[in-house]
Ligand binder design. Structure first.
Ligand code: 0X9
Ligand code: CA
Ligand code: CA
Ligand code: CA
Ligand code: ZN
Length: 308
């Protein structure tokens, strides 16, 4: 469990209970499923939010993923905030109703439930980042585009950015990738936009991460412009700093590079609150409301970007 005083954060079980309650309260516009299993066998839960949620309709799809990194617990709360706002607001807020009716929104509150549960085991924080496969693989270095190419990951199993033994050797990355790939209809990827939430530094990041270059195979100058333009627009709503992800540091095998290169999904990383190492990965639960609400407008922008 979370340490005393931080019970406002949701454990894996509490997150499941919250999603189930949401489906009970909003059965017409929600559907709960699983993208697959973690290394230790936990479900990678997915909540779909759309009108006629039980039917795969021909509507642009939007994906939100959270908690790829175990200790980044505020991001799980971000995904739960998206779920709560879009479902509770549906009946009364016309802008929310329009978004929910014209898209299919998928929310994955924890891509790394094993790591997250380990990080809070014994009621203490363990400063854990990776999954729980062996010494741990950094799932955000395990995606299959330019895996291990460019010095943006570690080849050492004890490394904090260990890339794993092969692309998609981590069951969590593999499961989410297969789930995304299954969202093609008639050869066209239905998921149009994506945010992967992390902490911390208050940044809006876009691909590529494996190269400092703005343009590269699969990324034209016009496409790079689109990333930068929407990225800056979103950052204008939450006060984060917008930049290409490699401007922070080089990563290879990150989720955004794969989402964009393989599927042309407009895929961003948000690094949430705080800006610096204090309080770093462990802000008190008192900030959850403020720091997740802070991204409401950016969430609306990425949903509306899928509508085009
Ligand atoms: O290193 C990461 O995976 C992300 N930062 S974190 O502190 N949450 O671990 C950033 C990934 C974004 N990509 C690049 N910086 N290239
Ligand atoms: Ca508290
Ligand atoms: Ca629908
Ligand atoms: Ca669909
Ligand atoms: Zn992270």
């Amino acid at each position: 469990d979370f340490p005393a005083g931080d019970e406002g954060y949701h454990t894996y079980a509490e997150t499941g209970a919250e999603l189930q309650q949401t489906v009970r309260d909003h059965a017409a516009i929600t559907a709960l499923s699983s993208a697959g299993k973690s290394y230790e066998g936990r479900d990678l839960r997915v909540l779909k939010i759309s009108d006629n949620a039980g039917t795969d309709e021909n509507e642009p799809e939007v994906l939100f993923t959270c908690n790829q990194h175990a200790r980044e617990h505020l991001t799980t709360e971000m995904c739960l905030r998206i779920v709560q706002r879009l479902t509770d607001g549906y009946a009364t807020d016309p802008a929310i109703k329009r978004m929910v009716d014209s898209t299919e929104i998928f929310v994955l509150p924890s891509v790394n439930p094993d790591g997250s549960e380990y990080d809070i085991s014994g009621g203490r924080y363990h400063m854990w980042r990776k999954n729980r496969q062996g010494q741990g693989t950094d799932t955000n270095r395990n995606w299959g585009y330019k895996w291990g190419c460019c010095g943006g990951s570690s080849g050492s199993p004890s490394g904090e950015t260990y890339r794993g033994t092969a692309a998609f050797s981590a069951p969590e990355a593999k499961a989410v990738a297969n789930w995304v790939s299954s969202h093609k209809a008639g050869g066209v990827q239905q998921i149009k936009t994506h945010i992967d939430f992390h902490t911390y530094s208050e940044l809006v990041l876009w691909p590529y991460g494996y190269t400092y270059n703005d343009t590269a195979p699969g990324m034209t100058a016009a496409e790079a412009q689109r990333f930068a333009s929407l990225g800056r627009q979103m950052a204008g709503t939450n006060g984060y700093t917008p930049e290409q992800s490699s401007d922070l540091y080089i990563t290879d095998g990150s989720v955004n590079d794969w989402m964009w290169f393989e599927h042309k999904i407009l895929s961003y990383t948000f690094e949430m609150y705080p800006r610096g190492a204090n309080p770093g990965f462990y802000p008190p639960d008192e900030v959850i409301g403020r720091e997740t609400t802070r991204n409401d407008k950016a969430v609306d922008l990425i949903v509306n970007a899928a509508i085009g």
